[in-house]
Design a protein around this ligand. Structure first.
Ligand SMILES: C[S@@+](CC[C@H](N)C(=O)[O-])C[C@H]1O[C@@H](n2cnc3c(N)ncnc32)[C@H](O)[C@@H]1O
Length: 343
């Protein structure tokens, strides 16, 4: 049975800044592949708020399959979804524990901890469990920024020797370092590229001596990857779906354009925030200077007019109040010509 009905979903549901962060954006590619593969179990590693899980559960519901969502820190909406949908089983272990223990699944999504060490070991565990029947594996973040740059969800869980120094900054496409402005990835490696760095590097190293496997990369929404056994009965059907998108140059340009504008918009936002803070600081300094000036002027007037009564006006200069004076708010604004905004 093919998914003729597309599930109703909003891929920006938990993405108000519209980064295009969820793999729910890949639904129109991913679902026909599931139709072709026909998995009984789909494991989703890294499910966060359940945006993709919802799409997978909808498919599973139509096909009598189940979804195992592996996430040590599931979001509230994922927990609620798992309670609502009988197809979903929530597994709160980290991927390397869960994959070492779960029964082999026919389809697996890897979208948890985006670093070389984790992805390389996830693939090793999948291959060990699969034996001769390597499953249909889907990946997120095979393009910028994590294709060639590690990110560490919990750096302490990665052996130190397998970790790159963390940048703690913001990223801009085309620059391998970190910035003050750009997209915020505080747990990403300080440098992009080089050996044993990034999700795609881990996948490529894994397939380097596996001629039996085929890798497709769809450069959209941070990159969708798919890896499958060339000899699987459904292999040609999956290839027919993914081939037109695999490293498609138009998609590559679109994605490059998208992330450049996304990062530029965030960089501008960051600069704007800094300018606003600087302006606020300068206004504060100006207010203080005005108070000092006014206090000095008042002191001077008191010395020049002993016995005269004064009322502190909060203005740069004190306002003299004769006994029959009109209310302060009117008088001060007419008296010195330096009042802004009292009438
Ligand atoms: C990018 S989000 C997943 C988004 C989701 N797949 C989607 O497309 O809507 C990454 C998730 O991976 C989880 N995570 C981080 N490290 C993990 C690990 N080692 N094993 C499993 N999940 C992990 C995080 O808790 C987070 O919820």
């Amino acid at each position: 049975m093919t998914s003729t009905r597309r599930p109703v979903f909003d891929p920006y549901l938990h993405d108000p800044a519209q980064w295009g962060a969820s793999m729910a954006h890949h639904a129109e590619l991913l679902l026909p592949c599931l139709d072709a593969v026909g998995p009984r179990t789909i494991v989703e590693v890294g499910a966060l708020m359940g945006d993709l899980t919802r799409v997978l559960a909808h498919w599973a519901g139509e096909h009598g399959a189940r979804v195992v969502a592996v996430d040590p820190v599931p979001g509230k909406s994922l927990v609620a979804l798992a309670e609502e949908r009988p197809e979903i089983e929530l597994d709160r272990r980290v991927s390397l524990e869960a994959l070492a223990d779960l029964p082999p699944a026919e389809a697996i999504v890897l979208d948890g901890d985006h670093n070389y060490y984790t992805v390389a070991n996830e693939l090793r565990l999948i291959a060990e469990a699969a034996g001769d029947a390597f499953p249909f594996v889907m990946f997120h973040d095979v393009c910028w920024p994590h294709g060639r740059r590690d990110d560490y969800y919990a750096a302490e869980q990665i052996p130190e020797a397998d970790r790159h120094p963390i940048g703690g900054g913001k990223l801009i496409p085309g620059d391998p370092g970190v910035h003050d402005h750009g997209l915020e990835y505080p747990r990403s490696a300080a440098r992009e590229g080089g050996p044993r760095n990034g999700v795609l590097t881990a996948i490529e190293d894994f397939v380097a001596d596996r001629d039996d496997l085929r890798l497709a990369i769809v450069p959209a929404f941070f990159g969708f990857g798919a890896l499958w056994d060339r000899g699987a009965p459904w292999a040609d059907a999956v290839a027919a779906i993914l081939d037109p998108f695999d490293r498609n140059p138009i998609l590559e340009r679109l994605e490059a354009n998208r992330i450049r504008h996304l990062a530029a918009a965030h960089a501008r936002e960051g600069e704007l925030t800094e300018l606003r803070l600087r302006q606020e600081r300068m206004e504060g300094v100006l207010r203080t200077l005005r108070h000092i000036q006014a206090a000095r002027a008042e002191k001077h007037e008191r010395q020049m007019n002993p016995g005269q009564s004064f009322l502190w006006s909060g203005h740069p200069v004190p306002v003299k109040l004769p006994r029959s004076a009109p209310p302060l708010r009117q008088r001060c604004c007419f008296s010195r010509g330096i009042c802004a905004g009292h009438v």
